[in-house]
Design a protein around this ligand. Sequence first.
Ligand code: UFG
Length: 338
Amino acid sequence: MSILVTGGAGYIGSHMVYELVDARESVVVLDNLTTGFHWAVPGEAKLVVGDIGDDALVKDVVRKHQVKAIIHFAGSIVVPESVADPLGYYLNNTVKSRALIAAAVASGVGQFIFSSTAAVYGAPRQVPVQETAQLEPMSPYGSSKLMTEIMLRDTSIAHDFSYVALRYFNVAGADPRGRTGQSTKGATHLIKVACEAALGKRPAMDVFGTDYATRDGTCIRDYIHVKDLARAHVSALEHLRGGGKSEIFNCGYSHGYTVIEVIEAVKRVSGQDFPVRFAPRRPGDPPEIVADSSKIRTNLGWQPQYDDLDRIVRHALDWEDRLSRLKRNAEPVAPVGA
Ligand code: UFG
């Protein structure tokens, strides 16, 4: 009996796979390696290179590996890119998720965990934002994920199929043991960009917007360590395995930091100063988004262990440093003691 992890060669997916193999679960990864890396998948997991929209392949993998649960990460994740290419995002995130869900139902896989996003809320009227808040995505990315949530809800009513959708806030950090991390080239996410600047991989960085109605004028986000996020999936899996009903949970820490506070943390932890330019607002950025995470804490007993910005930054920096010592083809040097 196995767990199928789609997108398991990517940033969050690879942390999930490590979490599962560390717990001695049998794992099969399905990833088309568009943005993922084969080396990010631990040797204990089986990697199948292919597409989640390939119905015959998914059914074959489910049968061969006796898949009982699917954890679905595969998809496109860059908000501005989704504005430029909405149909590409609806294809990758919505149409292909529909194919995956259909293959799951046809193959009798009744447990499904979905990577959703805080982007389904748009610019929330109240923060911290609860799961019951109005859903008003501000980008095709957010809409593409919300559509999948709706398909899951309706499928769970019609079929013997239960799901948990986890709405991620701002995911950052890396495996504390240095085995995987955020490796995408041309990254746009704040903590990765700031770590690259600290390590001299870019000459400077921009702060997008300094005139928001926040404590220092820059946007506030709720940064969650990727390891705590992976553990939230483990709790969700236990919930479904125990016969728990379909649920949606926010995944964040319930407090936020401004862009300037994050940059200060990166400078403090790295001991490096780097030039920071004040730039205009980035289109589509909500001023403040922070999770109310009481539901997942209460219902699943989830207790974060890395709720500490400096620690998140430390792990992100360590991974960024490891990445700089690339051997060949973006393959990081083996972690010490691995
Ligand atoms: N920012 C900068 N400079 C940079 C990069 C980012 O000032 O070089 C700012 C952004 O303008 C924003 C904040 O830092 O105010 C965070 O931006 P990110 O790009 O790191 O993340 P987002 O909040 O835009 O989006 C992320 C995920 C989404 C998810 C969302 C939920 O990418 O998938 O968090 O809050 F939906």
